[in-house]
Write a protein that binds this ligand. Structure first.
Ligand code: HEM
Length: 385
């Protein structure tokens, strides 16, 4: 698609079309172009006017599914919590959680290793999933022991295709849970220094409604772990596949920040696309997309565009052509980008240092990928440490 045209119709159902933009320059331009809008309620009304039975998930709304001025207001409430200074202050907490999880992996491996068999662990289940969810729980002030519930809701919400009832149930359960945690805080007059306290203070000032608190927490819980889990898994797999690049990195682990940028480009966690709809006709490199059309901006295709990146299908950890779009761009550019990178840098550095002889514990063809159109990530990554 990237080679043949700047824009293609990926899918057409009655009056509803889904366009896709795959080239780097065009995706980047669209991310910064306000004629590509996000508001999920307007998008739903648009879909309803074309075909029946399309559910875009209006039961939950948040900054990522809003346009200005709502988007500006919602983002402003939490923006300061993701500043460079506040994220740097989270470093000791992320390191502590990482080391605890690695000790757990070590202990599990020791328990199951005998003279004749070597223990395997599932890096996703035992490390890549708990790490970002525990970090986001600390940030928000949510009980970490309920993390399997968050994972269940999150999976139902991000893999909503085809099962809207499960989506709706997850949103309802999550909403009641979030408000119950908030009420408990208020009854006990408990105000620890975390994001939930800040959200409740914003509600007191009349800046947020209950629904907006639920949407915010859901977005942070989901956005804060679904992406990082996948990045940790795909980065480890990429290193296992390419011993030359792994050796380069291991020789000097201070190279990690640059390597993480390349992992983000190479296997972008929000890979297939982020969606928008047009509020006016837009000319994309000579092809006109009419007004009121749904458009996928393919971050993954853009990040492998040979017109922008040299040898794009190769993992080159000391690549100099920076500028990937794995965090999007424009007003919706990832709010948690610094935190996601910090977690990945700390986690991969600690993993490589602690388990230098790690190998894949299955055939590569047996690896299973998550069944979602938006995210690129492994279901499981069995490793021998
Ligand atoms: C938005 C990717 C980690 C919170 C986004 C977007 C992308 C993205 C591509 C923009 C989507 C769009 O324009 O439609 C990633 C990747 C991550 C990551 C690759 C990990 C490596 C995080 C973390 C948090 C977070 C750790 C918070 C704890 C958010 C929020 C938005 C967002 C709140 C919405 C911003 C807005 O609408 O203004 N992320 N993300 N992300 N991300 Fe991330």
């Amino acid at each position: 698609m990237r080679q043949s045209a700047p824009v293609s119709v990926l899918h057409s159902d009655g009056g509803l079309r889904l366009w896709i933009i795959p080239r780097y320059d065009d995706v980047r331009a669209a991310l910064f172009d306000r004629r590509f809008a996000q508001d999920v309620r307007r998008a739903q009304a648009l879909a309803d006017s074309r075909v029946e039975g399309v559910n875009l998930g209006t039961e939950i709304t948040h900054m990522l599914s809003s346009d200005p001025p709502d988007h500006t207001r919602l983002r402003r409430v939490v923006q300061a919590a993701f500043s460079r200074k506040r994220v740097e202050a989270m470093r000791p907490m992320v390191e502590r959680i990482t080391l605890e999880l690695l000790d757990g992996l070590d202990a599990a491996a020791a328990r199951h290793t005998t003279r004749t068999t070597t223990a395997t662990v599932d890096l996703i289940r035992d490390f890549a999933f708990p790490l970002p969810i525990l970090v986001v729980c600390e940030l928000l002030g949510f009980p970490p022991e309920d993390r399997d519930l968050y994972r269940k809701w999150s999976t139902a919400i991000v893999t909503q295709e085809g099962d809207h009832a499960a989506f709706r149930r997850a949103v309802q359960e999550m909403g009641s849970y979030v408000l119950a945690v908030a009420d408990r805080r208020i009854r006990r007059n408990d105000r620890p220094a975390d994001l939930l306290t800040e959200l409740l203070a914003a509600r007191e000032r009349g800046e947020l409604t209950d629904d907006e608190i639920v949407g915010m927490v859901a977005l942070l819980l989901i956005g804060g772990h679904e992406t990082t889990v996948n990045l940790l898994g795909t980065s480890c797999l990429a290193l296992l596949r390419d011993p030359g690049q792994a050796a380069w990195l291991r020789a000097d682990l201070t190279r990690m920040p640059r390597a993480v940028e390349e992992f983000l480009r190479y296997d972008s966690p929000i890979c297939m696309a982020t969606t928008r709809f047009t509020t006016e006709p837009v000319d994309v490199d000579g092809v006109e997309i009419p007004q009121d059309e749904f458009v996928l901006l393919s971050l993954g295709a853009a990040n492998r565009d040979p017109a922008r990146f040299q040898d794009p299908d190769r993992l080159i950890l000391d690549r100099r052509d920076a500028g990937h779009l794995a965090f999007g761009g424009g007003i919706h550019r990832c709010l948690g980008a610094l935190l996601g990178k910090l977690e990945t840098e700390i986690a991969l550095t600690a993993l490589l240092a602690r388990f230098p002889g790690t190998t894949l514990a299955c055939q590569e063809r047996d690896l299973r990928w998550r069944n979602t159109m938006m995210l690129r990530g492994l279901e499981a990554l069995p490793l021998t440490l």
